[in-house]
Ligand binder design. Structure first.
Ligand code: PEP
Ligand code: MN
Length: 361
């Protein structure tokens, strides 16, 4: 960690900072040049809150050299392998299906169609987070049982959303991957419980989450010993109204450089428009996404949720053909281990005077 001191910091303030560090059992070195001073602290301070340092007298900025994401940035993380044999983080995967599980025969039919189109996994919400409490709320456990039946018939691994910790145990009995929806990315009790369950999880980015907040949510799951985390960019809320959200592909490329966890893209919720699903699917794969999750319905006008954005299964088939073509052009690249922005801090080449000792305990 580097503490950048204010230009106006006095010698008295600098030694007060040093005393503050000593009280925390930390050692640091004061580095000065004609423009001011910084204090470097080499110990691991990732578990200490920033205000312990930012409130010391004369401190202007606290630059953490290693962000509080030691699990997410662990290079040993990697592809998520499901019991069904599907690997997310190898060859690109396509997850497809309706927004909600609407009933047994509709879902079984949808499962057959997406499998024929070439999908690797089936989606379908059993617990639905709806903006209006009057809208269809999902079939709950019955929906999970239907998903399990579809898995048994088609062999497709299944994914469905859980919204609260008490839904996890039942869900893990029926489905392969738990989904944390955008509205629940900040539900830390849910994240911790999913971490303890050890079950694979797809973690969607919240509507207005920064990349750091999104990765911190993943850190919650990983800290409980569950490394089977798949990140999902599903569009963020912006000023634009022609699309439901704005697909942030720069986040996908950036996150791929920060973590070895797989990252997939949801072009359906990102755009809210069936005509944009195909071009953005191509773009997502080209920029390095490990796969797609797409809403498919063969009679969108009768869908109980998100009918306005669903594509049909023949459109899905064309998209999967695109995915296979684009992945040949842009094979998956291994993580580049780019630095977090705060890590790019480096002292300038100006003449520096290191006055060690002041902060040493
Ligand atoms: C969904 O997948 O149907 C869903 C509700 O997604 P999100 O949480 O991204 O809005
Ligand atoms: Mn939906």
């Amino acid at each position: 960690m580097i503490l950048v001191l204010r230009k106006t910091a006095t010698e008295q303030q600098i030694s007060a900072v040093c005393d503050g560090l000593k009280e925390l059992n930390l050692t640091g070195h004061v580095v000065r040049n004609e423009r001011g001073a910084v204090i470097s602290v080499y110990e691991d301070v990732s578990s200490l809150p920033g205000h312990l340092f930012s409130r010391l007298p004369g401190v202007d900025k606290v630059l953490r050299l290693s962000p509080q994401l030691s699990m997410v940035t662990d290079e040993r993380l990697g592809p998520v392998k499901l019991n069904s044999g599907v690997v997310i983080g190898g060859s690109r995967v396509v997850i497809a299906g309706p927004c909600s599980v609407e009933g047994r025969s509709a879902l079984l039919q949808a499962a057959r169609r997406v499998r024929e189109a070439g999908a690797d996994m089936l989606r379908g919400g059993a617990y639905k987070p709806r903006t209006s409490p009057y809208d269809f709320q999902g079939l709950g456990e019955d929906g999970l049982k239907i998903l399990q039946e579809a898995r048994e018939e088609t062999g497709l691994a299944v994914i469905s959303e859980v919204m609260s910790p008490d839904q996890i145990e039942v869900a893990t009995r029926h489905i392969d991957v738990l989904q944390v929806g955008a509205r629940n990315m900040y539900n830390y009790d849910l994240l911790k419980e999913i971490g303890r369950s050890g079950h694979p999880v797809l973690l969607k980015r919240a509507l207005s989450a920064t990349i750091n907040e999104w990765l911190s949510a993943a850190e919650y799951v990983l800290l409980q010993g569950n490394s089977k985390v798949i990140l999902c960019e599903r569009g963020i809320r912006t000023f634009e109204t022609l699309t439901r959200n704005t697909l942030d592909l720069s986040a996908v490329a950036a996150v791929k450089g920060l973590t070895a966890l797989p990252v997939i893209v949801d072009p359906s919720h990102a755009t809210g428009r069936p005509d944009l699903v195909r071009p953005l699917s191509r773009a997502a794969i080209a920029c390095g996404a490990d796969g797609l999750i797409i809403e498919v319905h063969d009679d969108p006008s009768s869908a109980l949720s998100d009918g306005e954005q669903a594509i049909n299964s023949s459109e899905l088939q064309s998209i999967i053909e695109d995915v296979r073509a684009v992945e040949k052009l842009f094979p998956r690249v291994e993580k580049t281990h780019a630095a977090f922005p705060s890590e790019s801090f480096a002292p300038s080449s100006e003449k520096l005077t290191v006055s060690g000792g002041c902060c040493k305990s």
